[in-house]
Design a protein around this ligand. Sequence first.
Ligand code: CDP
Ligand code: CDP
Length: 205
Amino acid sequence: MKDGFTVAIDGPAAAGKGTVSRAVAEHFGFAHLDTGLLYRAVGAKVLEGMTAEEAALTLVAGDLDNDQLRTNAVAEAASKAAAIPEVRAALVDFQRSFAMRAGGAVLDGRDIGTVICPDAQVKLFVTATPEVRAERRFAELAAKGFDVTLAEVLAEVQARDARDSTRAEAPLKPADDAVEMDTSTMDIATAVARAIELIKSRIAE
Ligand code: CDP
Ligand code: CDP
């Protein structure tokens, strides 16, 4: 694989970006970066009392390895921090150098195809209805033992989507040249197979 081959996977909360990204990374041997974890790690530090700007500037790899990053409270704090231009700017270089690593890379997030890697060879925008996404996220959190209701998760997902889509800096939206995939009624195997076909066709070009 040519170095610098980049797959950008964006979309709203719990659409299946991470699941598809992990599967294609394994299939093609690409490195994978869940960029949402960077913002979640910043959000977690804000909840501990740090400013978002300071948290983004001092982030280290170990900060990403934390089970508590999955909670609704951290997701909300992440989304608030992610609207601050200085926070986004502090995280750009790390994401871009990850995208250029040898052997290809897949990055998933909100602005990978639009801002971080506008020249990515493959851009996928994964969506599903808010209700389906909330059910998926609720099942995930409940399985991990978090004390949360479906209604709370739906409200959190909708509030975060609205904030992420309407912010001035790097809003959540499909790149003009992204392929959109609605997984509302699609199982994981089908979503992964479609992503793999798309990537294969771009590799062949
Ligand atoms: O990364 P993102 O927040 O977009 O979503 P995810 O963590 O990949 O997926 C959220 C949950 O939905 C996971 O538990 C997946 O197993 C599940 N999922 C699903 O049921 N059907 C799909 N087509 C994709 C994901
Ligand atoms: O897993 P889920 O899709 O629910 O969220 P995430 O990907 O972990 O992202 C958490 C929050 O970080 C999002 O709601 C966005 O506000 C922010 N984010 C962002 O602004 N840009 C990215 N590239 C990734 C995440």
